[in-house]
Design a protein. Structure first.
Length: 112
């Protein structure tokens, strides 16, 4: 059963769900959710107000602390990638959606 708090083992503090203050905290919470609930690992890179989480080839999530963004796997009519968005404050839903995208990539890997 899920509570309204998650123990952030990286920062060592209990962080209320929906409380995100910056890109580093947002990506840390997403990474923790992916690791503990969905058994996915990723590499974090933080700098200049933006944070990235590299999950696998073709799946990089980035945030400015307000929104998470990642390629959805679709392209626009003019051939540009279409991005999926999720509020950074709702990292639980974002983690679920990233996990779904990861599953799609595992079934049909992107061509290099």
């Amino acid at each position: 059963m899920r509570t309204d708090r998650i123990e952030d083992v990286i920062l060592g503090v209990a962080v209320p769900l929906r409380a995100v203050s910056d890109a580093h905290q947002a990506i840390t919470l997403l990474r923790l959710e992916l690791r503990t609930v969905h058994d996915l690992m990723g590499d974090c890179h933080v700098g200049d107000g933006v944070a990235l989480l590299s999950v696998c080839y073709g799946l990089v999530v980035w945030t400015n602390g307000d929104w998470f963004r990642w390629q959805s796997g679709r392209t626009s009519a003019i051939g540009r990638p279409v991005y999926a968005f999720s509020p950074a404050a709702d990292y639980v839903t974002a983690a679920r959606r990233v996990t779904l995208r990861y599953g799609q990539l595992r079934q049909d890997p992107p061509q290099s």
